[in-house]
Design a binder for this molecule. Structure first.
Ligand code: ATP
Ligand code: MG
Length: 411
C-alpha cells in the first residue's frame, strides 16, 4: 500500500543521506513491475549491518550474520540487507557464512532468478544486469547464471522456480528446466519446512494445478519423499484452481484426497510436511468427514448421522466439507449419499444445540434416575440425546428427555 511504500522511501533516503547506496530489490521490484500487490519491501544497501543500526532509531538484528537488519519505520518493518555474496555451499543448502561486498551487481548475482535480481533506485532507475525485465515481459523463470550450479548450491531453488512459474503463470526457461531434471535429487537435503513454505505459496496462488503438475513431472515430489503414494487423480486436482485461495484448507484436502490418502494418511503426511497443528487438524478433518459420510448406514436416518458428524467435527468443518463434496461428486457421482449433499446445509443450520451443556437433562439426572454411579455410560447416553435433540428427533424438553432416558436405561 501507499503508506508502506512511503515509509520504505524514508528508509532508503536516510541511507542515501548518510552516503550509502540503497535500493529496493527482489520480490517488491518484481511485483511492482508486474502490477501485482506488493507485500513486503526489501532493501539492499552498501552499508554494513552495524552502520544500518546507527542510521535508524528502531532496528531489530534479525539476521546480523547474514547482513539483515529489520528497520521499523511508521507501523512497518523493512528488511535491510547488506550487499553480500554467499560462502561455500555444503550439502545443497544455503551456507551459514556470507561475505559482504561493495558492489550491487555482485549482490544481484547471488539471487536465484533473473526476475528476482532487479533493483530499483529512489529516482526510479532500474538496475537489471541479468535481463530480469525482459524475462518478466516474456513470462519466464530463469536462473541467474548457470542453472545446474545454482540448483546444486541450493536445491530449494528448484521448488521456488516451480512456485513462481505457477503463481505467475510463467514458463520455465529451457536450460533451467533441464537443470532441474538433472539436479532434482538434491532436494532430499532440503529441510521440509523450507519446502513446505514454497508449497503453501504455490497453493495460495490463483492457479496451483499447473504448479502441482510441474512438481509431479519434475520428480521433485518423489525425491523429497513427499508421500504421494498413489498416482493422483488429475481431474480432481485440476478442480483446485476453481476453489478460492482463501479456502486453502479445502484446496489441501482436495489434493490429499485426489492422491488417494485416507484421513490418517493425510494426517501423517501433513505432520511430516511440518504443517501447523490446527491447519493439519482442519485439513485431515475434512477427509475424516468424507470417510464417515461414505460409510453411513441406510438403517439410521441420514439427518441423525449427519448431525453427529457436525457435532464431532464442528459446524465450520462440516460446512467446508459439503462445499468440497460438491466438487468431488462432480467427478465421482455416487460416492456420498445424495441426501447428505442435498440437505446437509439445512440440517446443519437447523441444529438447535451443539453441546451437552445445552441439554435440558444432566449427567446427575441420569445417575439419579438409574441409581447407578457415574462412568462412561453417562457420556454415552448424553451423547445419544444430544444427537437426537440436535437433529430435532426429540425436543429439548426435560420431561420428554427423562422419559427417553428411562427407555434407554431399561433396554
Ligand atoms: P515472495 O516474498 O513474493 O514470496 P520473494 O521473491 O520476495 O517472493 P523471498 O523468499 O521473500 O521471495 O526472497 C526475497 C529475495 O531474496 C528474492 O526475490 C531473491 O532475490 C532472494 N532469494 C530468496 N531465496 C533465495 C534463494 N534460495 N536463493 C537465491 N536467492 C534467493
Ligand atoms: Mg518476499
Amino acid at each position: 500500500d501507499a503508506d508502506m511504500a512511503f515509509h520504505s522511501e524514508v528508509v532508503v533516503s536516510k541511507l542515501l543521506e548518510r552516503g550509502h547506496e540503497a535500493y529496493w530489490v527482489g520480490g517488491c521490484v518484481r511485483d511492482e513491475l508486474m502490477g501485482r500487490p506488493v507485500h513486503d519491501m526489501d532493501i539492499t544497501t552498501s552499508a554494513l549491518p552495524e552502520e544500518v543500526e546507527t542510521v535508524f532509531e528502531r532496528t531489530v538484528p534479525t539476521g546480523i550474520k547474514h547482513g539483515t537488519v529489520t528497520v521499523l519505520c511508521g507501523s512497518y518493518a523493512y528488511e535491510v540487507t547488506t550487499y553480500r555474496v554467499e560462502g561455500a555451499y555444503e550439502n545443497h543448502r544455503r551456507p551459514a557464512e556470507v561475505e559482504f561486498v561493495s558492489d550491487l551487481k555482485e549482490d544481484l548475482k547471488r539471487r536465484d532468478f533473473t526476475i528476482n535480481a532487479i533493483a530499483r533506485a529512489v529516482d526510479g532507475t532500474i538496475v537489471d544486469p541479468f535481463g530480469g525485465t525482459m524475462d518478466l515481459s516474456k513470462g519466464l523463470v530463469r536462473c541467474v547464471g548457470n542453472a545446474r550450479t545454482r540448483f546444486q548450491e541450493d536445491a530449494l531453488r528448484m521448488v521456488r522456480c516451480i512456485r513462481f512459474a505457477s503463481v505467475f503463470g510463467f514458463g520455465i526457461a529451457y536450460r533451467t528446466w533441464r537443470a532441474m531434471l538433472e539436479e532434482r535429487e538434491g532436494i532430499r537435503y532440503i529441510a521440509m519446512e523450507r519446502f513446505r513454505v514454497e508449497l503453501e505459496k504455490l497453493m495460495d496462488g490463483s492457479r496451483p494445478y499447473r504448479g502441482l503438475l510441474l512438481l509431479h513431472r519434475s520428480g521433485l515430489l518423489k525425491d523429497a519423499k513427499i508421500p504421494f503414494t498413489y498416482e493422483p487423480d488429475r481431474d480432481l486436482i485440476s478442480m483446485i484452481d476453481e476453489i478460492s485461495p482463501e479456502d486453502a484448507i479445502i484446496r489441501w484436502a482436495m489434493l490429499l484426497y485426489a492422491c488417494g490418502l485416507s484421513a490418517e494418511g493425510a494426517h501423517n503426511s501433513l505432520r511430516s510436511w511440518t504443517f501447523a497443528n490446527i491447519l493439519r487438524e482442519q485439513i485431515a478433518g475434512l477427509l475424516s468427514i468424507g470417510e464417515a459420510v461414505g460409510a453411513m448406514s441406510t438403517d439410521i436416518p441420514y439427518q441423525e448421522q449427519w448431525v453427529s458428524v457436525v457435532l464431532q467435527h464442528g459446524r465450520e468443518t462440516a460446512e467446508r466439507w459439503l462445499f468440497m463434496a460438491g466438487y468431488i461428486t462432480r467427478r465421482n457421482p455416487g460416492v456420498y449419499p445424495p441426501e447428505i449433499l442435498k440437505n446437509g446445509h439445512t440440517w446443519t443450520r437447523e441444529m438447535e444445540i451443539y453441546h451437552l451443556s445445552e441439554l435440558s437433562v444432566t449427567g446427575k439426572d441420569l445417575m439419579d434416575l438409574s441409581g447407578r454411579r457415574g462412568g462412561p455410560w453417562v457420556g454415552e447416553i448424553l451423547g445419544i440425546l444430544l444427537v437426537k435433540v440436535a437433529s430435532r428427533i426429540l425436543p429439548n424438553d426435560r420431561e420428554i428427555l427423562i422419559d427417553e432416558v428411562k427407555r434407554v436405561i431399561n433396554t
